[in-house]
Structure formats: structure tokens, C-alpha cells
Ligand binder design. Structure first.
Ligand SMILES: *Cc1c(COP(=O)(O)O)cnc(C)c1O
Length: 363
């Protein structure tokens, strides 16, 4: 059976053992004679799945008691609207840090609901670094401060999170949730589309401090009110049952591999191997400032852009899939989420070395 190292930014690689388990259980889940896809979301068996997934995530991330974990649909993109609809309701003002394409989309959407201020941005240098944010920049009256902790397209990540004092800190963690240890209590709300580091597309995870729930306006659509999902245990209507089941298997896999602390070590090692090679190369280079580099998404460029296509094609022939950079940045990008093993990154570096030697000799 053919399996490749898939460097896609999302949907992305899933652990092979998880896929095998899904295959094994596909036709008859726990001897029910039914697939998880066919189970009622209100059945006892499924209740164990969804509550089990929640508990595993709570344990993995050390989520405090006063936070709710919600499993909803609509992707991270729907959160761009849901967050202001639920949180931008006191002063009607929010502060945003603009670190790239996803931040911009979040900003654009929030503007439909209130007064949005961009307090820091790295747009001046094509979003190749994370701007400094200090507490004096924050409006103490703001309903929240929004950051994108890992910028999937640009390949940057916050190393320290801004201290926002009493102003709630909201974070889009779509592309780095579960990749490194974080202190959840520093955030008021964390959200992530599942298809990068959690499971299949179709599921969005929201971790929200309880005091922020229940303030949406009367006119807020039921499905877009956090209260609806919080009060029903994410079972107000039919949730994405299969995606939640698979997320649970990924959480199990993470726990079996030593949890986030162990995963972070591997992730740092993977990024180190790739960045070491890039930094030592006379051919490849990184557009991202060293202090702002993501360990999940690593863009790199070659001086002769005409070689991009050849690189991506030859890599693909070697089972190194989807290395083309995002259309807004160009070049290449390797997304190396939790499910990408160190061997995958080593195989990529081996190929890069071959490619470099071949083309440097030709020059
Ligand atoms: C992928 C991504 C999104 C969009 O997620 P969808 O689930 O497709 O809406 C938003 N923010 C970040 C940081 C992402 O990486």
C-alpha cells in the first residue's frame, strides 16, 4: 500500500495507527453492528465517544474547570464571526494583532460587528516576523484582544503571548494547537479548525472561559451562540460525529505517545533539522525572521523561482507530497504537524540536499 509523507498545510497527515484503527472499527463499532457514522448522536455508545474526546483533550491541555470545550462546525472561519457576535458586546471595541492572511480575515469579519483596532502588525515586512505587543498598547476597555498564534501561510509563530491584563485574550490556534505546551488559563478563548493538528475537516474545537458565554444579543442565531453549544454539551443538533470520533482517536494516540510535552520535543527536533539545513544551505533560504519562526509551517525559497515547479514535482516522485508554497507567498512550504514523523523531515532534507547539489553544480 502506498503511503507518502504529506506536507500539506491542511487537511494534513493523520497518524497511520489512527487510520488503521478507524479501518478496523469502520463496519462495526464496539460490536454494535453499526459504523460510528451510523450511530445515533444520542446513543450511549456515542455519548462515550464525545465525552471521552472532551476528557482526553482536557487532560492533554490541562484545561481548567471553568472552561468549556465545544465541538462545533463551520471551521475556524466561522469563529471569525462567532467570536465578535458573542464577545464584542460590552464596549463594542476589540484589539487585533495583524500577523498575516488569517488575521486579516478575522479582522475583516469582526469589523462587521464593532470597532476594530489593529494594535500591531508586521505587514510592513510581508508578515515575516511577529510584532512586539506590550500591555500599554491594549485598550483596557476592549472586549478582547485577538491573536493568531501560528501563521500557517507565513510560517511565523508567537513565542511569548502578550500580557493583556484583564482584557480577554482570544487566540486562533488552528495550526499549532496540541503542538506545544501552553497555559490555557492565559487565554479567554482558544479556537482551532480540526484539519491541521486534530483530525479530519468538519470539526472546530472551541475552548472558552465560562464567564464569556451567554452575552450574545437576542438576535444572535441559535447556532452561532456559544450558549447553545455549551448548555447542550455540543449536542444541540447533530454534531460532526465521525470527525469527533477520529479526533478522540488522535487524542488517544497523543496520550499514548507521552502527551504534548513529548510531542513538543519531537516537533522542535523536526523544525531544528529542517531549519539547520536551510540556514546552512547556499541555495535554499528562509524568508522568516529567526525569532519568529513557526515549528509547524516552514516556508523556504530558492533564488531561481523557475525551479520551484521542478522541486515540487521531483519531491512528489519521491513520496514527499504537497510542498508547493501558498500562492500568496510562493516558493515552498513544509507543514510538519504532529503526525509528521521525524523520518519524513529527514527524507525531505535528503531530497533538498540532492536537489541543491544538482542545481549548484549546473550553475
Ligand atoms: C486553516 C486556518 C484557518 C481556516 O480554517 P477553516 O477551518 O478552513 O475555516 C484559520 N486560521 C488559521 C490560523 C488556519 O491555519
Amino acid at each position: 500500500m502506498k503511503r507518502v509523507y504529506n506536507f500539506a498545510a491542511g487537511p494534513s497527515m493523520l497518524p497511520l495507527t489512527v487510520l488503521e484503527k478507524v479501518q478496523q472499527e469502520l463496519l462495526s463499532y464496539q460490536d454494535s453492528g453499526m459504523s460510528v457514522m451510523e450511530l445515533s448522536h444520542r446513543s450511549g455508545l456515542y455519548t462515550e465517544v464525545i465525552r471521552g474526546a472532551e476528557q482526553l483533550l482536557r487532560d492533554l491541555m490541562n484545561i481548567p474547570e471553568n472552561y468549556k470545550v465545544l465541538f462545533i462546525q463551520g471551521g475556524a472561519s466561522q469563529q471569525f464571526a462567532m467570536i465578535p457576535m458573542n464577545l464584542l458586546v460590552k464596549s463594542g471595541k476589540a484589539d487585533f494583532v495583524n500577523t498575516g492572511s488569517w488575521s486579516k480575515k478575522a479582522i475583516k469579519e469582526a469589523k462587521k460587528f464593532g470597532e476594530v483596532r489593529v494594535i500591531a502588525t508586521s505587514e510592513d515586512e510581508n508578515f515575516t516576523y511577529i510584532p512586539k505587543v506590550d500591555s500599554t498598547m491594549i485598550d483596557p476597555e476592549a472586549d478582547y484582544v485577538h491573536i493568531t498564534t501560528n501563521n500557517t501561510i507565513e510560517g511565523t509563530a508567537f513565542r511569548d503571548f502578550p500580557d493583556t491584563g484583564n482584557v480577554p485574550l482570544v487566540a486562533d490556534m488552528s495550526s499549532n494547537i496540541l503542538s506545544e505546551e501552553i497555559d490555557v488559563s492565559k487565554f479567554a478563548l482558544i479556537y482551532a479548525g480540526a484539519q491541521k493538528n486534530i483530525g479530519p475537516a468538519g470539526l472546530t474545537v472551541v475552548i472558552i472561559r465560562e464567564d464569556l458565554i451567554g452575552h450574545a444579543e437576542e438576535t444572535c442565531p441559535t447556532m452561532l451562540d456559544y450558549k447553545t453549544h455549551s448548555e447542550s454539551g455540543s449536542l444541540y443538533n447533530t454534531p460532526p460525529t465521525f470527525a469527533i470520533y477520529m479526533a478522540k482517536l488522535v487524542f488517544d494516540w497523543l496520550s499514548d505517545h507521552g502527551g504534548i510535552k513529548a510531542m513538543q520535543k519531537v516537533n522542535e527536533e523536526k523544525a531544528r533539522v529542517l531549519y539547520n539545513y536551510i540556514d546552512g544551505s547556499k541555495f535554499f533560504s528562509s524568508p522568516v525572521r529567526k525569532d519568529s519562526r513557526s515549528i509547524m509551517n516552514i516556508p523556504f525559497v530558492i533564488p531561481n523561482r523557475e525551479l520551484d515547479t521542478a522541486f515540487v514535482k521531483q519531491a512528489q516522485a519521491k513520496g514527499l507530497e504537497t510542498l508547493k508554497g501558498h500562492r500568496s507567498v510562493g516558493g515552498m512550504r513544509a507543514s510538519i504537524y504532529n503526525a509528521m514523523p521525524l523520518e519524513g523531515v529527514q527524507a525531505l532534507v535528503d531530497f533538498m540536499r540532492e536537489f541543491e547539489e544538482e542545481h549548484i553544480l549546473k550553475k
